[in-house]
Design a protein around this ligand. Structure first.
Ligand SMILES: [Cu+2]
Length: 139
């Protein structure tokens, strides 16, 4: 009786080992396939999430910097030069993050990137121009 029990135990053990081996062999190619499939999917998502934007380099003068909201954004009033094929010289407000305007004040002459997306215009990369810079603004 003891011998039979041992053989049965050994058989169970061997079966268990075989099962594990089989599982391990099956798991490896599955993981590889998932990795291969993940890479192009992530790349596709990044391309889809990139917003369509057109960037114009614009010069103007800061007219007013109102208080920013909780995210640091504000509608900054700017008197800007003509933007060829977009709009003439005028005074208008652009949404921007005022965290980047630490060295910019009212009446400063600036150069900035005007970003046009489906959601409208935003202003970024604002740089102060020398005070003597001559701008062609709407009077
Ligand atoms: Cu405008």
């Amino acid at each position: 009786m003891k011998k039979i029990a041992l053989v049965a135990l050994a058989a169970t053990f061997m079966f268990a080992c075989q099962t594990k081996k089989t599982e391990a062999t099956e798991e490896t190619p599955v993981e590889e396939i998932e990795l291969l499939e993940d890479t192009p999917t992530e790349e596709t998502v990044v391309v889809e999430e990139t917003p369509q934007e057109t960037v114009y380099q614009v010069r103007g003068m800061i007219v007013d910097i109102p208080a920013a909201d909780e995210e640091g954004n504000a509608m900054v009033m700017v008197s800007h030069e003509e933007i060829p094929e977009v709009m003439g010289a005028m005074q208008m407000a652009f949404k921007t993050n005022t965290a980047f305007l630490s060295e910019i004040a009212k009446d400063d002459k600036v150069s900035f990137e005007l970003v046009k997306t489906d959601e409208g215009y935003t202003m970024r990369a604002v740089e102060k121009l020398p005070a003597e810079t001559e701008l062609i603004l709407k009077k």
